[in-house]
Design a protein around this ligand. Structure first.
Ligand SMILES: Cc1cc2nc3c(=O)[nH]c(=O)nc-3n(C[C@H](O)[C@H](O)[C@H](O)COP(=O)(O)O)c2cc1C
Length: 158
């Protein structure tokens, strides 16, 4: 079993990015034996990174933007660490909108943080509620699981 120290930080408003963080954590623990801490940035905005080898950063997207705490987290120094990015956006879970979501919410955003060189990125679907009722749901937990398995495989070899 590989024992790697991994932190998954995330910010969510509708809950989906937190659900993905927990799916990823489960895969990395159960399939690869990683030791994983999951941190909600609303509860702990500045987790210490020194002990971690792998840093996953997750954000939801609203109005075309990352959430503030996740975006701010990108300013950290990740030298010597494997950085992985994931996000939740309704458009990213729609086959017609996925590629554009990758360009807008991953490629264009990360271009502004050239010190962040992710080893993997994933853009997943989201859920939108209005007046307590789900209006749009493009979430696919299986996609997150399969992606996490691939990323875990990559990290084991790193
Ligand atoms: C006010 C609002 C604005 C949104 N804007 C976008 C958007 O610009 N692009 C998109 O793909 N999804 C958009 N969504 C859908 C969110 O991406 C979706 O709710 C996702 O689940 C957010 O992540 P979270 O659940 O972790 O908060 C929006 C949702 C709300 C409520």
């Amino acid at each position: 079993m590989n024992e790697k120290n991994t932190i998954i930080v995330y910010e969510t408003r509708s809950g989906v990015t937190g659900e993905s963080a927990n799916i990823i954590a489960k895969v990395l623990r159960e399939k690869y034996g990683f030791s994983v801490d999951v941190v909600n940035l609303k509860e702990q905005s500045k987790p210490k990174l020194s002990e971690y080898e792998n840093v996953f950063i997750g954000s939801g997207i609203r109005m075309g933007r990352w959430y503030g705490k996740s975006k701010k987290f990108l300013k950290n120094n990740f030298e010597g660490k494997n950085v992985v990015i994931f996000l939740s956006a309704c458009s990213a879970g729609d086959p017609k909108g996925h590629d554009e979501a990758v360009t807008k919410y991953l490629d264009n955003v990360l271009a502004k943080y050239p010190h962040v060189k992710p080893v993997a990125m994933g853009a997943f679907g989201g859920r939108m509620k209005m007046f307590g009722k789900v209006q749009t749901d493009t979430c696919d937990p299986d996609k997150v699981r399969v992606w996490a398995e691939e990323v875990g495989k990559k990290l084991v070899r790193s």
